[in-house]
Design a binder for this molecule. Structure first.
Ligand SMILES: Nc1ncnc2c1ncn2[C@@H]1O[C@H](COP(=O)(O)OP(=O)(O)OP(=O)(O)O)[C@@H](O)[C@H]1O
Length: 326
């Protein structure tokens, strides 16, 4: 059985139509005309326990609205959701005990309390028996490396420490599903890599199912095998990252630095897509031209100073998809 099952999920928001002109604001209040935004429009997907899925889409695509329905904060207009056997908005309290949520942009911790006190309060809220609380905290402190700042008030934590604190808070009760919304936003490169490694470890070691919403496609590339892409509330893709690349960006680039770019031969199935000084970018479809052959032909008779084969990154692929969809 899947841990998350979503069928025909739809959410519409209704708001009064704005009336322009004299007394417009007042007339907007009393008008019966409504503007309807269909933020999520008939989405279907399933997730298996232990999956790490990226939930992606441009601004306003409907990602947060979906996550709010999965967490039970919003009630759908139509469609069904089951998370670990529960209907989230109908069974909010029991659902809350099975899920964890982390928003990179805001904290669920108490600003003035030391991190350890915030975690203790949460342990009480979740009714964790003392022994289980201590065991869970010790395990998370080790995995998230919390010991250096457990006694520091949350307002004094660095952003990276705060995100690790938020992850501990979200995982203290050992949820089976973890929702992450932009967990690495604003982090420096080193801290971001560390948070990514931690998330991969949590998924691997605890078997936690993770739904990750982010605009940082580096997070997705590092963490998710499967991605779901939505746009204008509709599902555009559900599958693995490699298949998406193969479908929307079926090429490799060979970037070479050569002493004399003019002597590079024209090769069948290979296009020269960029040239800046001695640096040339050649593009080919690896299904039609073997990368080894391209490299061998380029190396033959050239003084090559440097060379690398680059596969398109996810950001390029998703940008290309968005152009296609318009
Ligand atoms: N409470 C609300 N009332 C009215 N419209 C809303 C409400 N919440 C969201 N919307 C609209 O629903 C659509 C989807 O919004 P949503 O926040 O789910 O997008 P998103 O994919 O999370 O975007 P972002 O990446 O910018 O966070 C948008 O058009 C938004 O304006």
């Amino acid at each position: 059985m899947s841990i998350i099952e979503v069928h025909g999920l739809t959410k519409e928001f209704h708001r009064p139509r704005r009336v322009d002109g004299r007394f417009g604001a007042l007339r907007s209040l009393v008008t019966r005309q409504k503007v309807v935004t269909r933020a999520v429009d008939g989405i279907d997907f399933r997730m298996e326990a232990g999956e790490f899925v990226g939930y992606l889409g441009p601004n306003g695509a409907g990602k947060s609205t979906t996550i709010k329905m999965l967490t039970g904060v919003l009630v759908p207009t139509s469609g069904t959701v089951e998370v670990a056997g529960l209907v989230p908005w109908r069974d909010r309290e029991r659902n809350a005990r099975r899920i964890g949520v982390v928003f990179g942009q805001r904290t669920g911790l108490w600003w003035d309390l030391p991190l350890s006190d915030s975690l203790w309060v949460l342990g009480r809220l979740y009714d964790l028996p003392a022994a289980r609380y201590r065991e869970s905290l010790a395990q998370l402190a080790a995995v998230l490396d919390l010991d250096g700042f457990l006694d520091t008030p949350v307002r004094q934590l660095s952003l990276g420490q705060r995100v690790r604190g938020d992850l501990a808070a979200a995982l203290l009760h050992r949820p089976s599903v973890l929702y992450l919304d932009e967990p690495t936003i604003g982090l420096d490169v080193v801290t971001r890599d560390r948070v990514r490694a931690t998330l991969a470890g949590l998924n691997r070691d605890f078997g936690t199912t993770v739904v990750l919403t982010t605009h940082d496609l580096g997070d997705v590339e590092r963490l998710c095998r499967r991605i779901v892409i939505i746009d204008h509330g509709r599902m555009r893709y559900d599958g693995d990252v490699a298949a998406l690349k193969a479908r929307h960006a079926p090429y490799r680039d060979l970037v070479v630095h050569v002493e004399d770019p003019g002597t590079l031969p024209d090769l069948p199935g290979v296009r020269r897509v960029e040239q800046a000084g001695s640096r040339v970018r050649l593009r080919f479809d690896p299904a039609r031209v073997a990368p080894g052959d391209v490299v061998a032909r380029v190396l033959a008779g050239q003084r090559v100073l440097d060379l690398s084969v680059i596969e398109p990154d996810l950001a390029t692929v998703v940008a290309g998809m968005q152009d296609e969809l318009g």
